[in-house]
Write a protein that binds this ligand. Structure first.
Ligand code: TXA
Ligand code: MG
Length: 353
């Protein structure tokens, strides 16, 4: 989402990039904007820098980090092979919100980045500040989202500051991020099959324009507290983005959903709960709650992706104890929105009929 504010932020950020790049080269950890969410960067070759990222986030060490690059020439340093389909994906979607899992060439990256796996997730972000910073740092930069583990990912520099102030060397402020949810993580097999390990900014529909077969990892749909399907992407097994209040998603026919949410909110209010709703602009006017957070129009799910994490953070800020969220179709960016909402809700979803 481009606007005057964003441009002003970008100029400010650009002036400080040399300093930020120097911090990265010196082994410090620095937050920076990407087109998806803010990342917390470290020189991916430097084990103590990478350990500092896990420490600052409070992140479990078996969850590997994505490596960010500014140009494809960097890949030969730490990737052993790129198959045809992975190459086609890079051509189509880089720079952009797509992380591709590639075979690791051992010896260059810290083993902490990949959590000991023999693969590495790589992406080239589509953000002028990120690309410039990565080019100046002149090293592969490991960067998870710049939130404390379990908090919604940051879409503003202020979110990073709230979560990580005092734990990191600096924040490059580039204003609001665009997409608002993280990159899509895929594995592309030599037979041409693309498996989505995490839905995100590049949709399944977009991937289908390049790959003959696109499938969703079976571990994705599952609630990992109950499922026996082992996740292929370690990050999928953790509850993420959970607001402090109880969050439940409501799915079903629109008029029934609005009736259901309205009456549940009324009951909750009667019990003395602090109530909040995450709803699409088509229905939000029908609700009475202490906090009303719009996900934009249901016809433009990019708005929902852009607004989701800030809405979840706002629920915490207002002290919401009872939160209901409208479901959306799992098409296009809706797949990423529903994936993040389900995680935030601990898979609590009600289907009204
Ligand atoms: O948009 C994004 O991807 C953001 C920005 C900062 O680039 N980064 C991000 O990183 O979301 P993080 O660490 O929060 O999420 C990384 C995800 C996790 O789900 C992790 O399990 C998965 O990528 N991942 C990383 N390396 C992997 C690998 N070798 N195999 C399978 N999954 C991997
Ligand atoms: Mg994250």
């Amino acid at each position: 989402v481009q606007n005057g504010w964003q441009e002003q932020h970008t100029i400010q950020a650009m002036e400080h990039l040399e300093e930020a790049a120097q911090l990265l080269r010196d082994g410090s950890i620095v937050a920076f904007p990407t087109e998806t969410v803010y990342g917390l960067g470290a020189d991916a070759r430097n084990t103590s820098a990478v350990e500092a990222v896990f420490e600052a986030k409070g992140r479990p060490s078996d969850n590997p980090l994505i490596v960010h690059i500014a140009n494809r020439e960097q890949l030969v340093e730490f990737v052993s092979e790129i198959n045809e389909i992975s190459e086609a994906l890079m051509n189509a979607f880089w720079p952009g919100p797509l992380t591709i899992i590639l075979p690791l060439k051992p010896g260059v990256l810290s083993a902490r980045v990949t959590a000991g796996l023999d693969t590495v997730g790589v992406r080239m972000p589509d953000h002028p500040v990120a690309l410039q910073l990565l080019a100046l740092a002149d090293c592969p930069v490991a960067a998870p989202s710049a939130n404390r583990s379990g908090r919604p990912s940051p879409t503003l520099a202020e979110h990073v500051q709230v979560d990580l102030d005092g734990r990191i060397a600096g924040i490059v402020d580039g204003g609001a991020t665009g997409v608002g949810v993280e990159s899509t993580v895929v594995q592309a097999d030599a037979d041409g099959t693309v498996t989505i390990l995490r839905p995100g900014g590049i949709t399944a529909e977009q991937l289908r324009t390049v790959a003959s077969e696109v499938r969703v990892d079976p571990g994705l749909a599952a609630d990992h507290n109950e499922s026996l399907v082992a996740p292929r992407s370690p990050g999928m097994k953790y509850t993420h983005y959970a607001p402090k209040g109880a969050l439940c998603i409501v799915d079903g026919d629109a008029s029934k959903v609005t009736d259901y949410i309205s009456s549940r909110l009324h009951e909750a209010k009667g019990r003395g709960e602090v109530t909040a709703v995450l709803a699409f602009s088509e229905h939000i006017g029908q609700y009475q709650a202490d906090g009303l957070f719009s996900l934009g129009s249901m016809d433009r799910l990019a708005e929902g992706a852009h607004l989701l994490y800030a809405a979840l953070r706002s629920c915490d800020e207002m002290g919401a104890s009872y939160i209901l969220a409208e479901a959306c179709p799992s098409t296009g960016l809706g797949a990423a929105i529903m994936n993040r909402l389900l995680k935030a809700a601990g898979h609590q979803i009600i289907h009204v009929t």
